[in-house]
Design a protein around this ligand. Structure first.
Ligand code: C2E
Ligand code: MG
Ligand code: MG
Length: 345
C-alpha cells in the first residue's frame, strides 16, 4: 500500500444553530440529511440543510418504516399490464407491476418505494413476494382454464446480487408447478454494469433452468453491448422515452430502429413500452418490433379487471390489429381503463 496514492473525498452536510435546531441531536440529524443529499448529488461536495431536504428525509423514513409491515398487513398487490403481439394482436403475456397502499399516504409509486426498499435491505423479502405472488397467480389462471401467458416480473439489481436467486426462482416455480418458460425476469442495464461477472453467472444459471431474461428500459443505462450476448438475453424492452415521440422525432426513430436491428441480428425479440397511440403502434409494427404494451392497449390492471380484459377485450383487439394494415385505426377505443394505480381508491 505504501507505493499507492489513495484519494479520499468527503461529502459534507451542514446544519446551523439556532435556525436548523437547538440541540445536538437535532442538528446532527439535519446535517445527516444534508450529507445524504450531498452524496446523491455526486459526492465530494457539501450541502446545507433546507426545509425541503427535511421533508424528503421525513417521507423516506416514513416509507422505510411503513415498508417493514407492508407485506404482513397485505398492503401490497400486483397489477398486470397486458403485452400484445404486433404481428397478430394476440395477447402473449403480462408484466406484473407492484402497487403499495400506505395507510396514511395512499398509493405510492414503485418508482419511489423500490429504491428505498433497496437501500434499507427490504427488497429481498418484497422481491420474493412479487415472484411468488405472480407465479401463484399463473397457477390460479391455469386452473381456471385461461390459456397460458408469459408473466414478466421486475427484478432489482440488488436481488440480482444474491447468488441463490436461481434456486429461489426454481423453488417458487416448483411450489406452483409452473414451467419455467412462462416466467420472464426483467432486469435493468445497471445489473450488467455493477457486477458483470456475478450477474453473468446468475443469468446463465437462470437461462439454463429455462427462465427468460429481458432487459427493461433498454437504451437508457450505461453498459457494454457484449453483455447481451453473455447474458443470453431473450428480449429487449424499448424504453417508453423513445416511444413517446417516435412518430415525430427523427433521433428517437433512429434509436428505435437501431434497437430493433440490434435485437434481430442477435436473435432477440423486442417489445415497446409505453405505447399510447395507434400511430406509435403502427410505426413500431412497420419497423419490425415484435410486441408492445402501453395505455393504448391497456393500463396495468388489478387481477379481476385483468381477467375480465382477457375474456372480452382480447378478441376485440386481435380483430382490430388484424385489420390495421388496411384500415385507419384512429377510432379504436382501447376499452377498460380502470385499475391503474391512480384509479384505485
Ligand atoms: P417499468 O418496469 O419500466 O414499468 C413500466 C412503467 O410504465 C410502469 O410504471 C407502468 O405502469 C408505466 N406504463 C405502462 N404503460 C404506459 C403508457 O402507455 N404510458 C405511460 N406514461 N406509462 C406507462 P409503474 O407501475 O409506476 O412502475 C414504475 C417502475 O417501478 C417500473 O418501471 C419498475 O422499474 C419498477 N417496479 C414496478 N414493480 C416492480 C417490482 O415488482 N419490483 C421491482 N424491483 N421494481 C418494480
Ligand atoms: Mg418492467
Ligand atoms: Mg421499463
Amino acid at each position: 500500500m505504501e507505493e499507492r496514492d489513495l484519494t479520499i473525498t468527503a461529502s459534507i452536510g451542514i446544519a446551523l444553530s439556532p435556525e436548523d435546531g437547538s440541540d445536538f441531536d437535532d442538528l446532527v440529524k439535519r446535517a445527516d440529511g444534508a450529507m445524504y443529499r450531498a452524496k446523491q448529488g455526486g459526492r465530494n461536495s457539501f450541502c446545507f440543510h433546507t426545509q425541503e431536504i427535511q421533508e424528503t428525509s421525513e417521507r423516506i423514513l416514513l416509507l422505510e418504516n411503513g415498508l417493514r409491515h407492508a407485506l404482513d398487513r397485505s398492503q401490497m398487490q400486483l397489477h398486470y399490464q397486458p403485452q400484445v403481439s404486433l404481428r397478430d394482436g394476440s395477447l402473449i403475456g403480462a408484466e406484473a407491476l407492484l402497487r403499495w397502499h400506505h395507510p396514511e399516504l395512499g398509493w405510492i409509486s414503485p418508482a419511489e418505494f423500490i429504491p428505498i426498499a433497496e437501500r434499507s435491505g427490504q427488497i429481498g423479502a418484497i422481491g420474493e413476494w412479487v415472484i411468488r405472488t405472480a407465479v401463484r397467480q399463473m397457477r390460479t389462471w391455469l386452473d381456471e382454464g385461461m390459456d397460458p401467458i408469459v408473466v414478466a416480473v421486475n427484478v432489482s439489481a440488488v436481488q440480482f446480487r444474491h447468488r441463490d436467486l436461481p434456486d429461489l426462482v426454481s423453488r417458487i416455480l416448483e411450489e406452483s408447478d409452473i414451467e419455467p418458460q412462462w416466467l420472464e425476469l426483467e432486469l435493468t442495464e445497471s445489473v450488467a454494469s455493477e457486477d458483470p461477472v456475478g450477474a453473468s453467472a446468475i443469468t446463465k444459471e437462470l437461462r439454463a433452468r429455462g427462465v427468460r431474461i429481458s432487459i427493461d428500459d433498454f437504451g437508457t443505462g450505461y453498459s457494454s453491448l457484449a453483455y447481451l450476448k453473455r447474458f443470453k438475453v431473450y428480449k429487449l424492452k424499448i424504453d417508453q422515452s423513445f416511444v413517446s415521440n417516435v412518430t415525430s422525432d427523427t433521433d428517437d426513430q433512429a434509436i428505435v430502429k437501431a434497437i430493433i436491428h440490434l435485437a434481430t441480428s442477435l436473435g432477440m425479440s423486442t417489445i415497446a413500452e409505453g405505447v399510447e397511440t395507434p400511430a406509435q403502434m403502427e410505426y413500431l409494427r412497420a419497423e419490425g418490433c415484435d410486441e408492445m404494451q402501453g395505455y393504448f392497449f391497456s393500463r396495468p390492471l388489478p387481477v379481476a379487471h385483468f381477467e375480465a380484459f382477457v375474456k372480452t377485450e382480447r378478441a376485440r383487439f386481435a380483430r382490430h390489429v388484424g385489420h390495421l394494415a388496411e384500415s385507419d385505426c384512429a377510432d379504436f377505443d382501447p376499452g377498460i381503463e380502470s385499475g391503474s394505480m391512480e384509479s384505485q381508491g
